[in-house]
Design a protein around this ligand. Structure first.
Ligand SMILES: Nc1ncnc2c1ncn2[C@@H]1O[C@H](COP(=O)(O)OP(=O)(O)OP(=O)(O)O)[C@@H](O)[C@H]1O
Ligand SMILES: [Mg+2]
Length: 238
């Protein structure tokens, strides 16, 4: 079986500074794979490169066997990659429903779009209750839900989530993590970037630890959760 996503020796630089220094990882269809690591490790840079927003300085990215380096950013979504970015980037003055619709901008199947908007409301009822309101009136956690819902509207083969739990209360965070589990159960393949290592590793099939641009450790979610160095560095144990 070939992996859905195959990243090999990926390098990304900002000018002379290399932020991603030759990382390799794979995501198989149906898996939840997490990239964890401290501030500045290069997690967001990696996701932005997968989305085509940054050009790699080296290495290869293959999606369903296809070389993504040759695909322009505006075509990446049409191949089946969706990105819920760090800091959400919803459109605050537009309604919640219009924000969701934007996620489906490449689709023209009206019935399918309506069905998927309903699916987002089923996942996150608060979005349905407030569908006509400006998205900027949502709380931080609710905006995160909207960003996830919007990413799902392109019916992605791979959903990339950049720190969905950032800035959320423990209850909101649990809700987001439960939704990620639910999406996995529905068959969505997810690449999850998180600083909350405990939550991410608990639900991930596989995890990679990133430190200053490199992958330093890899294993199943459970292996990493019980790894002594991970526990010390990321789970606040000594
Ligand atoms: N536009 C940019 N120009 C120059 N350097 C950048 C730029 N964006 C990020 N960097 C640097 O690249 C490195 C990796 O940043 P990145 O945002 O990928 O880290 P991260 O793992 O997502 O961190 P965090 O957990 O804080 O979100 C950092 O040293 C950062 O300062
Ligand atoms: Mg980041």
């Amino acid at each position: 079986m070939t992996a859905l996503l195959e990243v090999e020796d990926l390098r990304v630089a900002y000018g002379k500074i290399e932020a991603v220094k030759g990382i390799s990882f794979t995501v198989d269809a149906g898996q939840v794979v997490t990239l964890i690591g401290t501030n500045g490790a290069g997690k967001t840079t990696t996701l932005r490169t997968l989305s085509g927003l940054l050009k790699p300085s080296g290495g290869t990215i293959r999606f369903e066997g296809k070389d993504l380096n040759k695909v322009p950013a505006h075509k990446v979504v049409s191949l089946g990659l969706a990105h819920s970015p760090e800091g959400r980037h919803i459109f605050p003055r537009m309604s919640i429903e219009d924000n969701l619709r934007l996620g489906a901008y490449l689709r023209d199947d009206r019935d399918g779009i309506a069905k998927d908007i309903q699916r987002a409301y089923d996942l996150f009822p608060i979005l349905g209750e407030r569908r006509r309101q400006a998205a900027g009136t949502l709380s931080g956690g609710e905006q995160q839900m909207l960003a996830m819902g919007r990413a799902l509207m392109s019916q992605p083969k791979l959903l990339m989530l950049d720190e969905p739990s950032m800035g959320l209360s423990p209850i909101m965070m649990q809700k987001i993590m439960a939704t990620i589990s639910e999406l996995k159960a529905q068959g969505t393949t997810i690449l999850l970037v998180e600083q909350n290592a405990q939550a991410a590793l608990s639900l991930a099939d596989h995890g990679y630890v990133m430190e200053v641009g490199k992958i330093t450790l890899t294993g199943t979610g459970q292996e990493l959760l019980h790894d002594e160095s991970v526990r010390k560095a990321y789970l606040g144990e000594d």
